[in-house]
Design a protein around this ligand. Structure first.
Ligand SMILES: Cc1ncc(COP(=O)(O)O)c(C=O)c1O
Length: 404
């Protein structure tokens, strides 16, 4: 839909949103009318350099030609059915995902939080069935983020965050330990613990990658205790971190991994992949969804995954991530630059507010996000070039200088 075709102005659209929508978002004050590759365009055709990618979604670029073609193709064949007949896109995507990431089985959902619900449910069912009714506790990390439905919210180790405040008690069955502290996780596990669940890189928690020692230590500890290692790769999955899945950077494998965001190339989809043994915990009736595995989302995801793999966008994420992080270290007032591939965070000293940098960048038509008081986070499409990095760096530098 374009304004010119419906006879409305950008202000008309903003007024309608403000009047009729329940707002939980701090809106950027511009209208995103179209998008292509690294850019979003407003109603005047003004380009915004997109280092947000719909929050780590449009990995092969916005409106990637092959993804768009796959969606158009599938929409005309079968748009939605229920999950009883076999469908072609589900089958082809299942094979592609499982063989690409070396997991046995997939279950489709619609979003990251739902994928995490499925991962939590599968782990709990595995524990209760294998060891008895007490065995369903999961230890997660402080400052983690796993989503906004109740299980995922409860797994999220941020009791002081707006996403948990005011909703009453969280779901029982979770305890929390310090990220990158193996002993803290060991101490938090009891006889009731069936799994440890972490993000390989804490994104919302401030862009903190797991150390090799921590990740390998968790894998070994889970094996020793007969527990499961659950990885939330909703943000890190599908090439963002310089490997297809972030766990490949560590040379380990999870028992269950959740994914969403980049998988759909802009269409909503989430999924979990599990080992053969753990996947058996789900059987007819134990879990389900109306829309999960939607034919159009699966067709889009298949096209997106093919693009990511055929163009080696994990390789580009690794190369460009290293290039961009070196540039960012030259910014004034930087305390630390950290990340993995193209999941990049910059922590400034106490004089520079992350939200202020975000707004200054927005004025200069660069889209980035802020976390906490002094951190900015960038998750651009993985197709980006050195020139895109140079442009973004110049804008961020100008923005920080304007604030200093
Ligand atoms: C690590 C992680 N898990 C889960 C989610 C929730 O995903 P969704 O917003 O698709 O429900 C997010 C979203 O940012 C995320 O970063």
């Amino acid at each position: 839909m374009r304004l010119a075709d419906i006879g409305l102005t950008a202000q008309d659209i903003k007024d309608k949103v403000n009047k009729y929508m329940i707002e939980t978002y701090e809106r950027f004050d511009f209208l995103a009318e179209t998008a292509k590759d690294m850019y979003i365009y407003d109603e005047n055709g003004t380009p915004y350099l997109d280092f947000y990618a719909g929050i780590a979604v449009n990995a092969a670029g916005s409106c990637n030609d092959k993804v768009v073609a796959a969606v158009k193709d599938q929409v005309g064949d079968i748009m939605h059915t229920f999950n009883y007949p076999y469908t072609i896109p589900q089958a082809l995507l299942a094979e592609k995902v499982c063989t690409t990431i070396g997991m046995a089985k997939i279950f489709y959902q619609n979003s990251g939080t739902e994928a995490n619900e499925a991962m939590i449910k599968m782990a709990r069912k595995y524990g209760v069935e294998k060891y008895g009714p007490h065995k369903y506790n999961i230890v997660t990390a402080a400052m983690s983020f796993h989503g906004r439905t109740f299980g995922a919210m409860s797994a999220t180790g941020q009791p002081d965050n707006a996403c948990q405040i005011g909703f009453g008690d969280m779901t029982p069955g979770f305890s929390y330990a310090d990220f990158n502290d193996l002993q803290s996780f060991k101490d938090a596990c009891t006889d009731n613990t069936i799994a440890i669940m972490i993000e390989p890189v804490q994104g919302e928690g401030g862009v903190h990658p797991a150390t090799q020692e921590f990740m390998q230590g968790l894998r070994d500890y889970c094996d020793e205790k007969g527990m499961l290692l659950l990885l939330d790769e909703v943000q890190t999955g599908w090439c963002r971190t310089g490997a297809v899945m972030s766990y490949m950077n560590y040379g380990i494998k999870p028992d269950i991994v959740s994914m969403a965001k980049a998988l759909g190339g802009g269409m909503p989809i989430g999924a979990i992949c599990a080992t053969e043994e753990v996947a058996k915990s789900f059987s007819a009736g134990s879990h389900g969804t109306t829309f999960g595995g939607h034919p159009v989302s699966c067709a889009a995801a298949l096209a997106e995954v093919n693009e990511l793999m055929d163009r080696d966008l994990a390789g580009n994420a690794k190369k460009m991530g290293a290039y961009f992080m070196e540039l960012l270290k030259k910014l004034p007032h930087v305390r630390e630059v950290r990340g993995q591939g193209l999941l990049v965070g910059v922590e400034f000293d106490d004089t520079i507010g992350g939200v202020d940098v975000k707004h200054e960048c927005l004025h200069r038509h660069l889209l980035i996000t802020a976390i906490g008081a002094h951190i900015i986070r960038m998750v651009p499409p993985l197709i980006l070039t050195e020139e895109d990095c140079d442009r973004a760096f110049a804008i961020i530098k100008e923005s920080v200088e304007a604030l200093a």
